[in-house]
Design a protein around this ligand. Structure first.
Ligand SMILES: Cc1cc2nc3c(=O)[nH]c(=O)nc-3n(C[C@H](O)[C@H](O)[C@H](O)COP(=O)(O)O)c2cc1C
Length: 318
């Protein structure tokens, strides 16, 4: 698979509850080369549920959409494939990292790390139906006593996966603890010259972090996750750092202006009620660290309309 399929190395990671079409639109406008949907249940896709379909809606003109599915085995994936292909993904990604008990107890997400045979079967099932590239996003292992990312990656690669994204933490770590940079180096060495695209995820909170994983560890690209929440500027900054060795940070006016643009997209796509409610967590992240943000936080917490949200954000510009 060529990196051109996804436009470049700087991708917005899948983030359940965050990477809806509004956030993806903002991230792409700031330079994200592609974006991944929130994880979508293969079973839900197979059944044609409205909630599942809504997760796969695109913003006008959205291209290079990577669709992430989750499921415990090839069976729901086989039943979901027809519906999945109707959504025309640029890449089909399989979630093998989700630590949430509700998902894990079905055998999906990070539970697949304990069942590596299943990932091979899932990848092969998809490959049987389509030439669209398949990618797999996985962790170091279930816990520190069962680190198996290389063997797991081999299983996926042998079945035909063209892209691999390592989130260099175990399932037991959740989202805490440091992502293991040695593991990034190890996997890059392991697959060197294979033609498989290798992406890294974990602790990418600055442009410097991203470049360190690519130049320092030998990865082809990175997925920005928590580091992009409330901070879509990180895509533009990273591209500037990569091309000219430095970058400009956004002004306060740009931060607030982008937060407002994001809010308006949320309202356009999901309505004022849902849009404002869902936007709260994003806005808290946009304003983090800005002097006077405590007062604005309270106001955002209570705002129910675009006007009230704008008023709350305006407190920071006074
Ligand atoms: C709120 C939240 C939701 C997430 N949802 C998904 C998901 O749907 N699919 C997935 O593969 N990873 C998901 N992740 C994991 C991220 O994509 C990423 O791998 C992880 O946060 C590590 O990167 P970071 O340390 O830079 O945030 C989620 C993480 C968070 C914090």
């Amino acid at each position: 698979m060529n990196i051109g399929t996804i436009g470049g190395p700087f991708i917005l990671a899948p983030l359940a509850g965050y990477t809806d079409k509004a956030f993806r639109e903002v991230a792409r406008s700031m330079g994200a080369d592609a974006a991944v949907t929130e994880m979508v249940s293969a079973e839900g896709l197979a059944r044609g549920g409205d909630k599942t379909k809504a997760l796969l809606e695109r913003f006008p003109g959205e291209d290079r959409l990577i669709i992430q599915i989750f499921g415990p085995s090839e069976d729901p994936v086989e039943r979901a494939i027809e519906s999945l292909l109707q959504h025309d993904p640029a890449v089909i990604d399989i979630n093998c990292g989700c630590p949430v008990p509700k998902v894990v107890k079905t055998g999906a997400g990070s539970a697949l790390m304990r069942n590596p045979g299943a990932i091979g079967k899932i990848v092969k099932t998809i490959k049987k139906h389509t030439d669209i590239p398949v990618s797999v996003k996985f962790r170091l292992g279930w816990d520190s006593d069962s680190i198996n990312y290389l063997a797991f990656a081999d299983e996926a690669a042998e079945a035909g996966a063209e892209m691999l994204t390592l989130h260099a933490r175990t399932r037991a770590q959740g989202y805490s603890g440091k992502a293991d940079r040695n593991a990034f180096r190890e996997i890059a060495r392991h697959f060197s010259g294979s033609g498989i695209l290798l992406f890294g995820s974990g602790d990418i909170f600055s442009p410097e972090d991203a470049i360190a994983l690519m130049d320092g560890c030998g990865l082809d690209g990175v997925m920005f996750a928590r580091g992009a929440i409330g901070n879509p500027f990180i895509f533009r900054e990273t591209k500037e750092l990569a091309s000219r060795g430095s970058y400009a940070v956004p002004s306060l006016e740009e931060r607030i202006g982008t937060a407002m643009t994001h809010l308006r997209l949320m309202i356009r796509y999901f309505g004022e009620n849902v849009g404002c409610r869902e936007m709260r967590k994003h806005l808290m992240a946009y304003i983090k660290g800005i002097p006077g943000s405590a007062k604005a936080k309270n106001a955002i917490g209570m705002a129910l309309t675009e006007e009230e949200m704008a008023e709350a954000l305006g407190l920071l510009l006074r």
